[in-house]
Design a protein around this ligand. Structure first.
Ligand code: UDP
Ligand code: MG
Length: 352
């Protein structure tokens, strides 16, 4: 395949980002296979390994790879285990390619899918090609079944219809990723966030292999976290600029209920003599009123928080110990500082 996606604004055509947590036996074979595939593409590529605080020999192996190939391999070493999503974000922040491919470092994803995904992006003009592990090789009870349910739920709630959000193997146009900051288990929601930013998305069946070395780091608990993240993502994509519509709306409805309760209390007192202290209405009036006020105040607070959230995006959900062969690291731009001075935050980032 000819140079697939020439883009001379970027230092590389392709950055492959792999999060690594205790994968000592997988690193050498993954790297070998990946380099084999990438060399054939004739692209300018870089491979970024993010060590997510491994306790085994993974870190040393990654460092050795980076030292052996300073032109193509970078190592981003995190201070402790921050989780797959944070590791992925750290890798993206250090990537310089026009296209970014994410994949696992456990040999379960097949790098041979990458060229096909790139071709689909180029020929059909997609911004994001998302892998679908149609023939998934993981445990049925703890992984496949909960994940199938979660996928169905995400598809219904978000309106972005994919079969497999959790597959790490995806290729992205860089610009798509510049729009999203990842927290929690959110790397699987990149397509949803990207869709909200107007990206062109397609799903593609990819090869999936059983894990031979090392252990899966997840069980059932992750599916629960995913469902909680789904709420955040829905909020972010549907109401991100107007939290007041949710909380203010709730406050409004409760306010009306409170008013009705007051009226019922008054009417029954005036027309039927003594106030009915055993009646629920006075209590409800107070309750509804309190909740109503609370909701509105909460909405306003969220409104402020949301602004802070966006404006402080220069800060990552991870801490870096060391970067080897770091090519360039430009933290995402902060919004205009009010007083025209760079914030303490960005100064600290630049000094790194
Ligand atoms: N991973 C990570 N940090 C973690 C857990 C996992 O960087 O805290 C990496 C792991 O090394 C692998 C990828 O994320 O490269 C996917 O992990 P795993 O294979 O355990 O997940 P599964 O394939 O079972 O969903
Ligand atoms: Mg795996």
């Amino acid at each position: 395949m000819a140079a697939s996606v020439p883009n001379h604004h970027y230092a590389y055509d392709l950055s492959v980002v792999l999060p690594v947590y205790n994968e000592e036996e997988n690193i050498a074979p993954v790297h070998r296979e990946l380099v084999e595939v990438l060399d054939e593409l004739g692209l300018r590529y870089e491979i970024i390994y993010v060590d997510d605080g491994s306790q085994d020999a993974s870190r040393e192996k990654i460092i050795a790879l980076a030292q052996a190939s300073p032109e193509t391999v970078r190592a981003v070493l995190l201070r402790r285990n921050f989780g797959q999503t944070a590791a992925i974000q750290a890798g993206i922040d250090h990537a310089n390619g026009a296209i970014i491919a994410l994949m696992d470092a456990d040999l379960q994803n097949d790098p041979h899918d990458i060229p096909l995904m790139l071709r689909q992006m180029e020929e059909e003009g997609y911004d994001l090609v998302s892998g679908w592990r149609k023939n998934r090789q993981d445990r049925a009870i703890t992984r496949k079944i909960p994940s199938r349910l979660a996928n169905r739920l995400i598809s219904i709630v978000t309106g972005v219809h994919l079969h497999d959000y959790g597959c790490t193997l995806k290729t992205y146009r860089r610009e798509v990723l510049d729009h999203v900051r990842l927290y929690g288990e959110m790397h699987r929601f990149i397509p949803v966030l990207a869709n909200a930013a107007g990206a062109n998305i397609i799903e593609r069946v990819v090869n999936h292999r059983p894990r031979i070395h090392g252990q899966s780091k997840y069980g059932l608990w992750r599916t629960i976290k995913v469902v909680l993240d789904l709420m955040t993502v829905t909020f972010l994509t549907k109401y991100n600029t107007r939290p007041m519509y949710i909380f203010g709306g709730m406050g409004f409805v409760l306010g009306v209920l409170s008013f009705i309760s007051v009226m019922v209390t008054l009417v029954s007192t005036i027309f039927y003599g003594d106030p009915h202290w055993y009646s629920p209405w006075p209590v409800l009036a107070v309750l509804f009123w309190l909740f109503s006020m609370q909701s509105v105040l909460l909405g306003l607070m969220m409104e402020m928080l949301m602004r802070t959230y966006y404006e402080s995006q220069g800060k990552g959900p991870y801490a870096i110990q060391r970067v080897i062969n770091g090519y360039k690291y430009v933290p995402p731009p902060l919004s205009e500082p009010l007083n025209g001075e760079p914030s303490a935050n960005s100064a600290a980032e630049n000094a790194r």
